[in-house]
Each structure stands twice: as structure tokens, then as C-alpha cells.
Write a protein that binds this ligand. Structure first.
Ligand code: CP
Length: 330
């Protein structure tokens, strides 16, 4: 592993090593010295609670120094386009921004959400890849347009804590949301669940398909790991005898470039996760990456139940990120 841009190209061993190391770090939580004398830049182009706090604490607990950078706010705004005449409102080109940071720090974490303007462009994660291109230290994706690998590792660790390494019946279900949201979390969860060989159901309304290349990659991983993937447009079917229910809203490719389009109101009632749906699972756990809108994505009753593991998931961000940093920064 040189960078962590997604989990897609990780070997089974690399994937398992991160989970094992994260579990060990969680079991013996103390300040260590893997990053002693080193700094890690954390570049946030978008808001965050969990990612920002857990990365800062992760670097600190490995003995290092987190350097928080917010372009366009507490640091200069960044221009990404090549061969551009910079006479607009952007102050610094990414070519200098990243190469300068690389002289100071031992790794760079970057959060850069999809803008939901141009699907064909954004699905290639251009900003994230520009960071990787110009950096000569490891780059860690802290959520891009297409991937959120740190979240996916935390999700897999959370499932493993409840069920061990057994393959489980896992549902990723779309949910209604007042805003159009990117696909990074469902993409990364689907990939990681496939890499772990789970029996995965993806439920979403017709027309809300995840990226076809991503689905092809996930299917290949599922086959290699002895798992399976099925897709349904039925909001109820995937709950039957499920062990894990993961809810997340996302906007399909057809929403990109159409700022006024939203999810149809008729989808709201059918796609919320409630006690009736959870009662049909195999005493399944409820997962969400957070932040979550109560009584929109999931009812209070489910979110506050003992089957809800959302706080464990959030805690596990810290432990997996410590393991990722320790693996990448040599
Ligand atoms: N799950 C997650 O990435 O949370 P934040 O957006 O608060 O970082």
C-alpha cells in the first residue's frame, strides 16, 4: 500500500492486516510512537465531525502531530485545472499546494466530496487523484466523490466485533433524504462487504443504481471471497433474516448537474428503517455512518435500540485510521 484511495485494490491480506491491527490498537489503547517526530496533514475541503476529530486523535495517539488545513477558509483556495490562467478567485494551484505539504509531512489525508455537477468527471475522483499525483508521501482518502475507505474499514470492524469473521447476511438499503447526497459511503461499504465475502443485498428504488464499474469490481471481489451480491428495488425484501442493516441515502447519476432535482416524496415512507422492518431480521444490527437524520432515515426507536451500533462504528473510525496510518507511514 502506497496510498489509501479506496479498498478496491487491496489484497485480502492487506485488508485483513488493517482490521487485525485496528482491533489490537482498540484492545490496548495508549499513546505509542509509530509517528513520533512526524506530522500528518489533514486537508478538509468539506465539513466533518467524525473524520476530522478521529484523524486528529489518531495521529496524536501514534505520537505524531496533526496539521489541519481548510483550503478556502484558513488556507488559500485551490485551483485544480491544468494549464489554466489563474486570474479568477483561486489563489494557489494544487501542484504547489501538495508538493509544498509533502516537504513538511509524512502523510496527507484529504476530504473532497462530490459536487454533484458532472457525473462522468466526478466519478473519476479527479481532486483525490491530483493529490496522489503531486504528493510524494502517502495520501489517505477521508471521503471523496466515490469512496470513503476509512468508513468502510470501521464498518467491517464493527460487523466483525459483533459476529466474528463469519459471513453474514448484509443489507445496504437506500433511504430518503431532503438533500441529494454522494455515493461514497454505499460504494465503499459494498466493496468492503464484498471483499469480506458477505452475502450482500443492495436495495434501492428503480433508477438509483450504484456505479456500474464499482458494481463490477464488487462482484469480482464477492466471487473471489465466496460471497454474493443481489440487487432489489423492493424496500422490504432485504430485511428478512438479515444480520446487518446499513441505511444510507444517495443520489443517482441522473441527479448530477440538476441542482433542483430531489427524491420523490412518495419514496420517504417506504424506505425509512423502522421497527417493523427490523423485526423481520435475524435480531440484526443497525448501522449508519452518521450524521443521520432521525425519523427520516431511521426511526428513534431503531436508532436508540440495543441493536443500533452507530456509536461503535464512529469509535472504530479512530482505531482503523490508526492502523492505516501505521501501515502507510514507514
Ligand atoms: N461518517 C463520517 O465521515 O462523518 P463526518 O462527515 O462527520 O466526518
Amino acid at each position: 500500500m502506497r496510498d489509501l484511495l479506496s479498498t478496491a485494490n487491496l489484497s485480502r491480506k492487506e485488508f485483513e492486516d488493517i482490521l487485525r491491527k485496528a482491533a489490537a490498537l482498540k484492545a490496548d489503547r495508549r499513546v505509542t510512537n509509530e509517528l513520533a517526530g512526524r506530522s500528518v496533514a489533514l486537508v478538509f475541503l468539506n465539513p466533518s465531525l467524525r473524520t476530522r476529530a478521529s484523524m486528529q486523535v489518531a495521529v496524536f495517539e501514534l505520537g505524531g502531530n496533526p496539521v489541519l488545513i481548510e483550503p478556502g477558509s484558513t488556507s488559500w483556495s485551490i485551483e485544480y485545472r491544468d494549464k489554466i490562467v489563474m486570474d479568477g478567485n483561486k489563489t494557489e494551484h494544487i501542484a504547489e499546494f501538495v508538493r509544498v505539504l509533502s516537504r513538511y509531512v509524512s502523510a496527507i489525508g484529504v476530504r473532497t466530496f462530490a459536487e454533484l455537477k458532472d457525473w462522468e468527471y466526478e466519478r473519476t475522483d479527479p481532486v483525490l487523484h491530483a493529490f496522489a499525483k503531486y504528493s510524494n508521501v502517502p495520501v489517505i482518502n477521508l471521503e471523496s466523490a466515490m469512496h470513503h475507505p476509512c468508513q468502510a474499514f470501521a464498518d467491517m470492524l464493527t460487523i466483525r466485533e459483533r459476529f466474528g469473521s463469519e459471513k453474514k447476511r448484509v443489507l445496504m438499503t437506500w433511504a430518503w433524504h431532503p438533500k441529494a447526497l454522494p455515493m461514497a459511503v454505499p460504494n465503499s461499504f459494498v466493496l468492503a462487504a464484498a471483499q469480506c465475502g458477505h452475502e450482500l443485498t443492495i436495495a434501492h428504488p428503480a433508477g438509483y443504481d450504484l456505479d456500474s464499474d464499482l458494481m463490477r469490481q464488487a462482484t469480482e471481489h464477492a466471487e473471489a471471497a465466496g460471497g454474493s451480491i443481489r440487487v432489489t428495488n423492493d424496500p422490504h425484501q432485504g430485511f428478512d433474516d438479515g444480520d446487518v442493516v446499513y441505511a444510507k441515502s444517495w443520489a443517482p447519476a441522473s441527479f448530477y448537474g440538476r441542482p433542483d432535482v430531489g427524491h420523490h416524496a412518495s419514496l420517504r415512507h417506504d424506505w425509512i428503517v423502522d421497527s417493523e422492518k427490523m423485526s423481520r431480521t435475524n435480531d440484526g444490527i443497525f448501522m449508519h455512518c452518521l450524521p443521520v437524520r432521525r425519523n427520516v432515515i431511521v426511526t428513534d426507536e431503531v436508532l436508540d435500540s440495543s441493536n443500533s451500533v452507530v456509536i461503535d462504528e464512529a469509535e472504530n473510525r479512530l482505531h482503523v485510521q490508526k492502523a492505516i496510518l501505521a501501515a502507510l507511514v514507514k
